[in-house]
Structures are given as structure tokens and as C-alpha cells.
Design a protein around this ligand. Sequence first.
Ligand SMILES: [Zn+2]
Length: 263
Amino acid sequence: MAEAGVLLAFAERLGGVSVGPYASLNLAGHVGDDPRAVDENRERLLDALGLGRLRGRLTTAEQVHGDGTAVIGEGDTLPGSGAFADNTRTTGVPPVPRTDALLVSAPEIPVLLCFADCVPIILVVTEDDAPAGPAAGVVHAGWAGALAGLPGLAARRLAQLSGCDPSRIRAYVGAHIGPCHYQVSAEIISQFVNTFGTVARAESGGLDLGAAVSASLTDAGVDPCSITSLGTCTAEATDRFFSYRAEGGLTGRHGAVVCILPG
Ligand SMILES: [Zn+2]
């Protein structure tokens, strides 16, 4: 999908070179896979998106299920952080530390976060809507991040970055574990209901992370009509996606990528 100079993509698990539980397009360097395979997979993904020339500027994060956001280019957050999983090919900069939302307003910096059941969210403000130019971000929200309101925090920060109102943000929610496969403790469910209302508790009794993410975004001012969800449950589609729960914790990570294209 490309719109007004912003390219975004949700990768599935096919088309890579990793084997065993990581088969085949595992994009994460921290899950026990061969780092050379991870780097080949990242290269294939960027090539498929027409971004192969930006391989060394790929920016990744040390995802910790927290509520930290980072803007690439601000402070010591450099383009190319954690571009390579293989230490012998490093750009000299590790993944952005302790961050679950990476935002960017500069062109030609592909941003990648990795997922297996958690909710991938891509936020976009296009040129038409932003006085300060387009901006975009990728958010990683598991239950802890969703409960902490990370999607909304990231949306607010993105709006500031692009000088627009949060109502101008478009949000794309990728495949994640559905309430059908996401039983959590009664305590966690009640925390979600207290924070987001009963919408977070599915009829099955499972936790509806997607509903909580949407509530967090709309609480921050994102228009509900501007939230698009893929609606696939990763635990029921392990032929297409990695699922931490359905695969017993030993699995790879698929990715969500966003990149601002030069105007
Ligand atoms: Zn399911």
C-alpha cells in the first residue's frame, strides 16, 4: 500500500530463508535464529518493497512491552539503528533501546518492528494533512503496551511531530492474536475493562486486544473511521503468521514496516 509518499507493509512469514520454527521470513534477531538468515530475510523484504537501496538505514528497536516511544533523528536515535542482526555487518548502532513505538518524519528511513501475536499498528499522517510534512510510525502493542495506552501515546506524539491534529492520523492494524485464542487472567481482563470498557472483553471471555488498541487510539483523538484492521487471528493462521502462543513460544517474528518516500 502506498499513499501520498508513505509506504507501509505488513509482512507474512513466507518467502524467507529461515528454517525450523523460524520458517521462513523471520525478521527478528533475538529469537535464536541464524542472524545471517535474518539479514537475508530483511533484505528480501526491503527488495520486495522497492527499498533495497535503504538496507543500511533500516531502523529497528529493542522491544520490551513497555510504553516508550522514540522519534528517529531526535536525540541519539539514529537511522540504521539495529539494521543488521549479524554482528559482523553491524552499522555500529544497536537497535533503539527499550522502545515499542518508532516514529519518523524524515524520508528514506525504513522502520521495522517485529511481532508474533502482539498487535502491529502503523500510523500515518500524509502530506495533505500535515503542515510540517508527512510522518509515520510503527507500534508494537501486546497486552501490557495496550493497557499502558501506548497506541494513543504514539498517536499523540506523531500528531505533534507532524503539526496536525490526531484526527488526521490514519491507523492500520495488522494481524494479531484474536480474542478467540487469547485467554488471560481475570485480573488482567478486569484491568482492561476498567481502562477501556467492556469492549475489551469478548463474548468468549477472551481479551480483545484489537478493541483495546482502537479504544486507546480514539481516546487520543484518532477518528474511528480512520482505523483499518486486517482482522486475522495469528493463532489460527500459523501458515501465514508466527504465533508465540500457538507455537509454544519457539517461533519467528513477522514484521510491520513504514517508510516515508521522498517528495
Ligand atoms: Zn483465534
